[in-house]
Design a protein around this ligand. Structure first.
Ligand code: PLP
Length: 362
């Protein structure tokens, strides 16, 4: 056990944060850099806070290599509010293509159907979302306002191993559960959005990265808080933003930069995922959930052949400080979310536990 008695939390989100970031929060909690107050208490219009927000945006631009013709927005309401914001703001012809590759992409498509005509461009529902559709399986409409995909399917443990080609149609991706886990070519997308509580920060904010030519005045009845153009024009401060979250996001990005950026993070993530998947693949006791060619590097789905053993696995793991391994209720079994801030040692401990459990029950 480490000095703070911290355990390994495999939750799908909110998830672990780096200890050095939590220590910084602690140290700056009561008196942020001589201001005599906490970031939680500051006016969002103060010079000091505007500098914090500018710094966070600048770091995100550097770390993700976001091109200059993209705006970065900090919005509230999590990723789920973006399910509505995207169709409201990107609607031109009134129809959009959606790929259904899991739970969140299905919700996103149903939410969008309230605002425009949704066309299902591809789906893996028939095989219980065990994979993401291939490019040649997609039916794309060149007149669609955009194609929406969910890059990493948090519940089903799959990801798109490729970036769909859409011609002139803007590609929109929900990257909530894989943001900053590996390099991504932002210029291939019209819009990217992510709730920050998986790989980045506490819950309560979404980051939106939007190509400038897609920013236009939405319909007049658009709620203020869903208006991308207004949010961009006001530097994400039309109203009081989630100041604390913007601050912590900046600290996590600084930490990420200090360890070597997204490239180094991707190397670590690949190593963690390989340790777990290699073990699953040689085991005759555990069954991995997702199709091999599109396995997620962040959410690893597995089970035994008995729901009773699964329950026991989860309960006994918790006694060892390996918590939140229960699979999503729609799938059962187990899910180990091994996001950016899950240390390698956490996965080693998990695999060691899995080996012992297999020996005992296999
Ligand atoms: C967690 C998650 C969401 C929902 O995020 P909220 O911030 O809770 O709304 C949406 N999409 C994906 C891919 C997620 O992992």
């Amino acid at each position: 056990m480490n000095q703070y008695g911290r355990i390994y939390n495999f939750s799908a989100g909110p998830s672990m944060l780096p200890v050095p970031v939590l220590e910084r929060c602690r140290d700056e909690m009561l008196n942020y850099r001589g201001t005599g107050m906490s970031v939680m208490e500051m006016s969002h219009r103060s010079k000091i806070f505007i500098e914090i927000a500018r710094h966070t945006e600048e770091l995100l631009r550097q770390v993700m290599a976001i091109p200059d013709n993209y705006k970065v927005l900090f919005m509230q309401g999590g990723a789920s509010l973006q399910f509505a914001a995207v169709p409201i703001n990107l609607r031109v012809n009134g129809k959009a293509d959606y790929v259904r590759s899991g739970n969140f992409s299905t919700i996103a498509s149903k939410e969008a159907a309230k605002f425009l005509t949704v066309q299902i461009a591809g789906s893996s529902e028939e095989t219980s979302f065990d994979h993401t559709p291939l490019q040649e399986e997609l039916t794309l409409d060149p007149g669609a306002d955009y194609l929406h995909i969910c890059m990493n399917n948090t519940i089903y443990g799959t990801k798109f191993p490729y970036i769909p080609k859409t011609g002139k149609v803007p590609l929109v991706a929900d990257i909530s559960s894989c943001v900053l886990s590996e390099p991504i070519d932002v210029s291939k997308f019209g819009l990217l959005y992510a709730g920050v509580q998986k790989n980045l920060a506490p819950a309560g904010m979404a980051i939106v990265i939007i190509r400038e030519d897609l920013l236009h005045e939405p319909p007049e009845n658009t709620p203020l808080m869903l208006n991308y153009k207004l949010t961009a024009d006001k530097d994400s401060m039309y109203n009081t933003p989630n100041c604390w979250n913007i601050y912590v996001t900046g600290l996590v990005l600084e930490y990420l930069q200090s360890i070597g950026g997204v490239e180094e993070m991707a190397r670590r993530n690949r190593k963690k995922a390989a340790l777990l998947y290699d073990y699953l693949d040689q085991s005759h006791f555990y069954i991995a959930g997702a199709r091999r060619d599109c396995r997620s590097m962040m959410n690893v789905i597995f089970r035994t052949d008995s729901p009773e053993l699964d329950a026991r696995f989860v309960a006994e793991a918790a006694e060892e400080g390996l918590v939140t391994l229960k699979g999503h209720r729609v799938l059962g079994g187990m899910r180990a979310s091994i996001y950016n801030n899950m240390p390698y040692e956490g996965v080693e401990r998990l695999v060691d536990y899995m080996q012992r459990f297999e020996k005992q029950h296999g």
